[in-house]
Design a protein around this ligand. Structure first.
Ligand SMILES: [Zn+2]
Length: 239
């Protein structure tokens, strides 16, 4: 039980007042920051999905181009076969070329059907990407607006937090470093409440009884007394 002046106790009480505000504001700001991050993740997920759709569209476009190129190739082959047909001398050759032309035409029919399906798919994807892009823009604008609204609302709290931090540092200059360290340690252990009153032999920090003699000592206010249960620094408030 170290000796302490009434002045020190008053300073500790003021330090606690600032500490309570700091803890409160930090909690508010942390919560807001988490909310902001959550909103940010939403847009990120949307963006990733949109990117995937764009890749699918690109693949679909390439697929269509591939089929078109193959059809072109077959067309060329059919033209060549037809040219050859005019020059053949034997019936066997003629039949062979005719079958070749026929096979190529069948292949071309198949590819054309495939192309129609692929193009339909491509159109669908293009439409989807367009819709999603518009949605994304809207969502992005909305989220940016929400986030800046949050920033605006919290700027007062941030300012206030800085004021309390400065105030606390200023108050702390009147206390010995060891007392400051002790305060910080107890505050950390007790969710930001390091200094508390005692009423009718009850610690108002943890609501446990303290021994009668300790209560008398706290009332005298000449020594630094910590609650035996929660370690908070105790003081008596005349009311
Ligand atoms: Zn206590």
């Amino acid at each position: 039980m170290s000796e302490i002046s009434k002045q020190d106790i008053q300073t500790l009480v003021k330090l606690q007042e600032a500490e309570s505000e700091i803890v409160r504001l930090t909690k508010v700001l942390d919560k807001v920051e988490k909310e902001k991050q959550k909103i940010g993740l939403q847009i990120k997920a949307f963006e990733t999905a949109l990117e995937k759709n764009k890749q699918e569209l690109l693949a679909s476009e390439n697929g269509c181009r591939g089929i078109e190129a193959e059809i072109q190739l077959i067309d060329d082959r059919i033209i060549k076969s037809n040219e050859k047909l005019r020059m053949v001398k034997t019936n066997k050759e003629y039949q062979l070329l005719l079958r070749e032309v026929d096979d190529n035409k069948k292949r071309k029919d198949m590819l054309e059907t495939e192309l129609i399906e692929s193009m339909e798919q491509k159109e669908k994807l293009a439409l989807l990407v367009e819709e999603r892009e518009t949605e994304f823009q809207l969502l992005n604008d909305k989220i940016k607006a929400e986030q800046s609204e949050i920033d605006k609302k919290t700027s007062d709290d941030k300012e206030l937090l800085n004021e309390y931090l400065e105030q606390q540092a200023e108050i702390g200059k009147n206390l010995s470093p060891s007392l400051m360290t002790r305060f910080a340690k107890i505050s950390k252990m007790n969710n930001g409440l390091a200094v508390t009153t005692v009423k009718n032999e009850v610690c108002m920090g943890c609501f446990m009884n303290i021994p009668p003699q300790m209560y008398i000592d706290v009332q005298r206010g000449k020594s630094l007394i910590s609650c035996p249960q929660c370690s908070r620094i105790l003081y008596f408030e005349n009311s």
